[in-house]
Design a protein around this ligand. Structure first.
Ligand code: FAD
Length: 457
């Protein structure tokens, strides 16, 4: 359908549905995500519950209007960026926690519930929901499911998929599907919003640990820090969080939080152990011994406030990097644990060769490295070097047995690299699954299978 035709249909629909808005300020505000890529949005719907959601999805599918689910727009691969003047379905008003079932350690939520709000709801009753992306203060459960989000605690607790027991979602041409994730609904987890729209989810939750031990370790040397993290993991230590932060990133955080004494030449490990107080004490003792033996400096939180401060430092990474450049090119590769050290050295060398400002950190217990280049989109010569960097990074990661994305997804930004990772036969298989479920290609088009960059300004 041409653009004019789509616009007219959306305007007509907006007169019927009071939760659909076609005014310019909505269309402008909802046409991007955390990548800063701007798409083309024809209108924004704010369903207040299942009935509204069914109504808007049906209306779009009947009229051939593309639709794009959106949680909080914190995605780092352009997944929620609309195209083709389609309708953005924002889940922000579907934000109710529907039920908590203590006997079965389960909670049921609408997909627009913000991860942190769920944690705040569960904590006073002694529970938590383990997947905790660093964006948890804004990102939604629906977005977390669509991206199969991980987070700092993934080393011990795993990622989103492990906690999704069942989903209620809208499948194009089929309608409402409400089923456990042992069946076809499992396809929705990690499908990046390309197969259907999640209304609600039943999630398993765990009892809060009684005690925590939190430390920051300073290791002389970047690759050495990664190797030391692996040494800790193979020495009987079982942290819930084990994060690598390179020296340049830590220096940036130090400047942002006005801290001194953080060295640009060292590598850092942010680590937390949880469990009963006996378990935590035992593991902190083991950690202290392993650090002494390796001559690694260990600073541990002595109070709840100090623990909170260390977490604030971890969460300050993204805002502190924002001061280093107007454009952040953020790749989140994932590697087999044994190749992480090699990958870190390769990335630093490559950035130096191409004169790029590069920062590496990530959930290294889970094999994830976030590789950030701070630059400025307007510097065209530098952007050409950034493109070369990204291309060589992905080629090398795949050679080392890794993947293009640990948790941020493929979306728009990485689809052109999928051929490095998947054979044509594998790509064809994925295309067939997509077209079996969404034959008219109306659910989040321009993502994963095709870059969709032509939609962007
Ligand atoms: C500072 C920062 C830190 C981050 N840290 C992490 C991290 O530690 N771990 C991690 O995994 N990610 C992280 N991310 C990336 C991002 O937060 C996650 O991908 C998150 O899961 C996206 O949630 P969202 O609600 O913002 O989704 P959006 O960005 O709005 O959408 C993401 C995708 O989900 C789809 N979607 C959203 N809601 C639905 C629904 N109801 N039904 C179907 N599809 C839907 C969209 O179509 C889109 O494809 C971080 C991002 C930022 C900005």
């Amino acid at each position: 359908m041409d653009r004019q035709g789509t616009r007219e249909r959306i305007e007509e629909l907006a007169r019927e549905l009071d939760f659909l808005h076609g005014e310019d300020h909505y269309r402008l505000a909802y046409r991007y995500d955390a990548t800063g890529i701007k798409g083309r949005c024809g209108g924004v719907a704010f369903p207040r519950g299942l009935d509204d959601l069914l109504m808007i999805v049906d209306a779009c599918l009947e009229r051939g209007i593309p639709l794009f689910a959106r949680g909080a727009g914190t995605g780092f691969s352009g997944g929620a960026v609309p195209g083709g003047d389609g309708i953005v379905i924002s889940t922000e008003r579907m934000n109710r926690i529907l039920r908590f079932d203590q006997e079965n350690e389960e909670v049921e939520v609408e997909s627009g519930v913000v991860n942190q709000d769920l944690q705040d709801h569960l904590a006073p009753i002694g529970y938590f929901y383990p997947p905790d992306p660093a964006s948890l203060k804004s990102s939604t459960i629906g977005g977390n499911i669509a991206e199969n989000a991980g987070g700092p605690r993934a080393y011990k607790y795993g990622v989103t998929r492990r906690y999704v027991r069942s989903l209620t979602w809208i499948a194009p041409g089929i309608g409402l599907v409400s089923s456990p994730t042992e069946g076809g609904s499992s396809l929705l987890v990690g499908s990046e919003g390309t197969l259907g729209i999640v209304y609600s989810a039943r999630l398993s939750v765990l009892q809060l640990p009684r005690s925590y031990g939190t430390s920051i370790l300073e290791v002389p040397g970047e690759e050495e820090a990664v190797r030391f993290a692996l040494h800790l993991m193979s020495s009987g230590l079982y942290p819930c969080v084990i994060e690598y932060i390179d020296g340049r990133t830590m220096r940036c955080v130090g400047e942002y939080k006005l801290l001194e004494g953080l060295s640009g030449n060292a590598g850092y490990i942010f680590l937390e152990i949880d469990g009963s107080s006996g378990e935590v004490e035992e593991h902190m003792g083991l950690l202290a011994r392993l650090c002494r033996e390796a001559d690694v400096r260990m600073r541990s939180a002595r109070s709840g406030e100090e623990r909170e401060f260390m977490w604030e430092m971890r969460r300050a990474i993204s805002p502190s990097l924002a001061r280093r450049g107007v454009t952040k090119v953020n790749e989140d590769v994932s590697l087999p644990l044994g190749r992480l050290g090699e990958a870190v050295s390769f990335i630093h060398r490559l950035a130096e060769e191409l004169s790029l400002d590069c920062y590496i950190f990530g959930h290294c217990g889970d094999g994830n490295l976030h590789v950030n280049i701070m630059t400025d989109r307007r510097r065209t010569a530098e952007m050409k070097r950034v493109e070369l960097f990204v291309d060589r990074l992905f080629r090398r990661v795949v050679e080392l047995g890794g993947t293009l994305s640990g948790e941020h997804g493929i979306g728009m930004t990485k689809s052109r690299f999928l051929g490095y990772r998947f054979s044509p036969a594998e790509m064809e298989l994925q295309r067939r699954v997509k077209s079996a479920i969404d034959p008219n290609g109306l659910i989040n088009p321009g993502k994963y299978f095709s870059g969709g960059s032509e939609e962007c300004s």
